[in-house]
Design a protein. Structure first.
Length: 100
């Protein structure tokens, strides 16, 4: 009887192993392109006036803590609000917000 139980379990395991559907692999190359944007830190004072004005207009209580720039003249801005919340926004050189 014990052998019958073991044989049943082994049969079940063998069947489920063949029935396993392969899950698609994560495309790491695309994820890396989205995450790594090659931004280099710059002085906040060196931001284009259009970017600074866009922050003043859309986030009047925000302070720009850090600024970064990439080779496409896109800017990553670390902002902090008066209530203590922080966030990151992205803009182009003309002060238009972009999604990254």
């Amino acid at each position: 009887m014990k052998n019958l139980a073991i044989a049943t379990v082994l049969s079940f395991v063998g069947i489920t192993a063949f029935a396993n559907v392969e899950s698609p692999e994560l495309d790491v190359d695309n994820a890396t392109v989205i995450v790594a944007q090659d931004f280099e830190e710059i002085e906040v004072s060196s931001l284009p006036e259009a970017v600074s004005k866009a922050v003043e207009k859309n986030y009047p209580t925000a302070k720009i803590d850090k600024a970064y720039k990439n080779e496409k003249d896109q800017y990553k801005l670390d902002l902090s609000l008066e209530d203590g919340t922080t966030g990151t926004v992205y803009a182009d050189a003309e002060g238009n917000w972009i999604d990254m």
